[in-house]
Design a protein around this ligand. Sequence first.
Ligand code: ATP
Ligand code: MG
Length: 569
Amino acid sequence: MSTPTDTSAPASNFIRNQIDADLACGKHTRIVTRFPPEPNGYLHFGHTKSICLNFGLAESYGGDCHLRFDDTNPEKEAQEYVDAIIGAVRWLGFQWSGEIRYASDYFEEMFECACALIRAGKAYVDSQSADEIRARRGTLTQPGEDSPFRSRSAEENMDLFLRMKAGEFAEGTHVLRAKIDMQSPNLNLRDPVIYRIRHVAHHRTGDAWCIYPLYTFAHPIEDAIERVTHSICTLEFEDQRPFYDWLLDALAEAGRFARPLPQQIEFARLNLYQTVLSKRKLIRLVSEGHVNGWDDPRLPTISGARRRGFSAGGFRLFAERAGVAKADSWIDMDVLEQAMRDDLNEHAPRRIAVLDPLLLKITNFPAGETHTCHAPNHPQHPEAGTREVPFSGELWIEREDFMEVPSKGFRRLYPGNRVRLRYGYVVECTGCEKDADGNVTAVLCEYFPDSQSGTPGADNYKVKGNLHWLSVAHAREAEVRLYGRLFVTAQPGARREDDPPELERDFIDDLNPDSLTVLHAQVEPALAEDAPGQTFQFERHGYFIADSGDSRPDALVFNRAVTLKSGIR
Ligand code: ATP
Ligand code: MG
């Protein structure tokens, strides 16, 4: 059976071309990639792109992909995030090679690397304040100025660095800097700071260290230690690549790493309209209570997506369709939702729900009787079998499926018209009941006993409408949550054309006040027993999942993942 998630021949792109060339010329015989999240927040849709890319490349080239926590910053990181990230990678269907790795496991080796640079005259302890360092850094148009401490001897630097490590100094009194070029047109090469003093405990190494490496120093070393061949990152690191190369080259010269060294390759990050893909912004949405926690189904987090009923296959399909590019671009949320739809259509079992129930009475149906109808679990997959759906004289139908006075082209229920109650019988509408205000309270019909779907002669009835329904006595009440876009604007927080120059927009102001609609629906009884965590197609309505937080067997709650056709606003 072919599924939309099949990837027989992955589309070529500039990263694959680079790998092909490196394998062809013998630079590498096996590729190693890595996914290196910082455990300082929950993963978002942007990360799924990086995960699918890195793990996907390793899969398709028969190489390795490491899961490495980039936990060199002691302040913002927590075990809670580590656990959630591991769960998210697994859920997307990927398995890392070997053990999970932690950058903090390499602190000793990073320290040794720093010492090697000092000995080689390629790093020095700077005792200027942070402000002084900043003031001498120069600008894009002005070269920087050498620190007065730049010419310290290797011995003096080593002595000071060891004392920094021993905890003799207060935070901010000294830093270790790479000694490169204060005149470089690339600001990242103007003697970047590589170690600083932080008297704080780390979530894994505790109080073992009071000096911590900076990300730009730590990351290339982590890659080199793990013999990563292709270190794939987003475009904002392009200007860092010269330092990445300088550092690993200097360490190879010092005998710490063998060549070939890892190669940094940048690609365009995923940007999606009408949402925000930045941990900093997501943290605000959660902490200020604009959404209900990290797994709110409206959030573009993986935990939100799971709770919403999005599928791992849908994310993989989306990553493939979005492709890998060298230039930034923005993608419509519809593209992501279409990928979910295509994947879910293939895999989601069918169920019936009436979202806006209206009573239908079959006046000639034997009182108190129940007939059993059979509904296929998946129309394209007969092997998925059928399930029993009870039929009785009182049914729920959708309010919008009845019109007392039909508009032009309306083919569903109106007095005198016949429709098929799908998997059940053909009925003819004979009228309706109304309350004192004229609201329709029940639709009246007569059924044709020889019209049951699947029985001989059922086809003799030709009808244009085909409605879903539920037996009132058997249906279960359920709360149903429909989600709209989280933001009303394409790029939340972006300036608008007619904004006065002094106006600063906050992305919070662009939140969609109608992003959640709650309905009181009726669902088929099988859903009370169905496995939690399964996304279903509710016929004619879209894809839904039982809410993992709030749904209980005696109080069902369903979230809509996506509609059947595009059009969510
Ligand atoms: P944020 O900007 O949301 O804080 P981050 O880049 O700081 O994200 P990390 O945990 O450092 O988050 O990222 C782990 C990996 O995921 C990195 O390799 C990063 O490049 C990648 N990544 C993060 N956001 C995106 C995105 N929008 N598109 C593609 N890859 C991304
Ligand atoms: Mg980051």
